[in-house]
Ligand binder design. Structure first.
Ligand SMILES: NC(=O)c1ccc[n+]([C@@H]2O[C@H](COP(=O)([O-])OP(=O)(O)OC[C@H]3O[C@@H](n4cnc5c(N)ncnc54)[C@H](O)[C@@H]3O)[C@@H](O)[C@H]2O)c1
Ligand SMILES: O=c1ccn([C@@H]2O[C@H](COP(=O)(O)OP(=O)(O)O[C@H]3O[C@H](CO)[C@H](O)[C@H](O)[C@H]3O)[C@@H](O)[C@H]2O)c(=O)[nH]1
Length: 329
């Protein structure tokens, strides 16, 4: 058995998946440019600091390792930034990904797992959102992921590249052994910001909009534990190895929590009141995003183990308490 190449394996979700792959005795090589990732989050000794946009250095990685499959997490993923710097997003997420696919073709590697997103759907017409829901991204980030899904389907058609595209909803939580966690800079995600407020690193958590058409006026999201995400990646990879055709799956828990509910549960976890400030809506935020995850449960027999938001927040809190400054201590 050769290596699983994990791009973006120094990042939040990639590092957790690497840990799970290693636990199951896969050989793993991580490729990351460390633009956002952290060296300390890389648990495999095989680590290449390479930018996907640099075809020549990328080719050296394919020359050096015998690769059986690729898991592709590397991407830029901040919605607001994508609307200010579209070129950067299309260049990184499309061109970077295409370089990878071209080398896979050249080196005859047939299996690919892609980190897609709920942002491909845009404003939902129905919730829970099924995979065949219309795709109308409302930002460049979501558009770049949708375009890449289309590219993948042509690589399948032309070169028989077998892929699974996993459309994650809101990834949350941290490694249950406290070895890995979420350390985005700047942090834009709700749960880590709420917890940083509890730690006193921020004065308050600003709620982006309290006039949404939801029961308490704040946005509703479907959170999924990063360890359950990791499990889904392994199931997808092994299904491809067993001959499954290319597939697209949502990954969420089919249950929504409002921003206020998230803050309330976080207060329970940390055992203190967390100061809030009611602010304006953030541009491009849909009111409600909830996944239908029926398909992956049926086809891959995926069963989330940590679908309780309190468990997700507790695991994130455990890591953050131990690492208040993330990986930079
Ligand atoms: N966090 C979420 O809730 C969420 C939800 C849906 C989809 N996703 C997708 O999942 C993937 C992982 O997300 P994350 O939260 O772990 O992000 P992250 O920023 O923590 O990890 C991404 C990693 O990719 C690396 N990278 C980016 N561009 C690169 C390039 N050109 N060459 C080499 N390395 C590069 C970064 O340095 C970083 O370590 C992304 O593709 C993201 O779009 C995340
Ligand atoms: O300081 C904050 C941060 C967030 N929010 C709210 O909390 C909810 C969750 O926001 P996140 O930024 O944590 O995540 P998003 O729902 O924006 O997630 C989107 O961006 C992610 C990548 O960053 C994924 O790609 C995901 O699929 C896509 O829907 C949103 O309603 C947001 O408005 C606040 O009220 N205050």
């Amino acid at each position: 058995m050769g290596f699983i190449l994990v791009t973006g394996g120094a990042g939040y979700i990639g590092s957790h998946v690497v840990k799970e792959l290693l636990r199951r005795n896969y050989k793993v090589v991580v490729l990351d440019n460390l633009h956002k990732g952290h060296k300390k989050a890389v648990l495999t000794p095989y680590f290449e600091i390479v930018d996907l946009k640099k075809m020549d250095s990328l080719r050296e990685v394919f020359e050096k390792y015998d690769i059986d499959a690729v898991m592709h997490f590397a991407a830029l993923s901040t919605v607001a930034e994508s609307m200010k710097e579209p070129f950067k997003y299309y260049e990184n997420n499309i061109l970077g990904g295409l370089n990878l696919l071209e080398l896979m073709r050249e080196y005859n590697i047939k299996y690919f797992i892609f980190s897609s997103t709920a942002a491909v759907y845009g404003e939902p017409q129905v919730v829970p959102i099924p995979e065949d829901h219309p795709k109308n991204p409302t930002n460049v980030y979501g558009s770049s992921k949708l375009m890449f899904e289309e590219i993948l389907s042509w690589y399948d058609e032309i070169y028989k590249l077998r892929y699974v595209s996993l459309r994650y909803f809101n990834a949350a939580g941290a490694d249950l052994e406290g070895e890995l966690g979420e350390d985005h800079r700047p942090e834009t995600h709700l749960i880590p910001i709420v917890l940083k407020t509890a730690l006193g690193q921020r004065e308050y958590i600003e709620i982006y909009g309290t006039d949404y058409p939801t029961p308490d006026g704040t946005c509703i999201r479907d959170y999924i534990h990063v360890v359950d995400l990791a499990e889904a990646h392994i199931l997808a990879l092994e299904a491809l190895f067993d001959g499954m055709r290319s597939e697209v799956f949502n990954l969420g828990n089919e249950r929504g929590y409002s921003v206020r509910e998230v803050i309330n549960i976080a207060e329970k976890v940390v055992g203190q009141k967390i100061p809030i400030k009611e602010g304006q809506r953030r541009l491009g935020d849909p009111a409600i995003l909830i996944a239908s995850s029926n398909k992956i449960k049926k086809v891959l027999k995926w069963q989330p183990k940590f679908n309780d938001l309190e468990i997700m927040i507790s695991s994130a809190w455990n890591w953050m308490k131990k690492h208040p400054f993330g990986y930079s201590e």
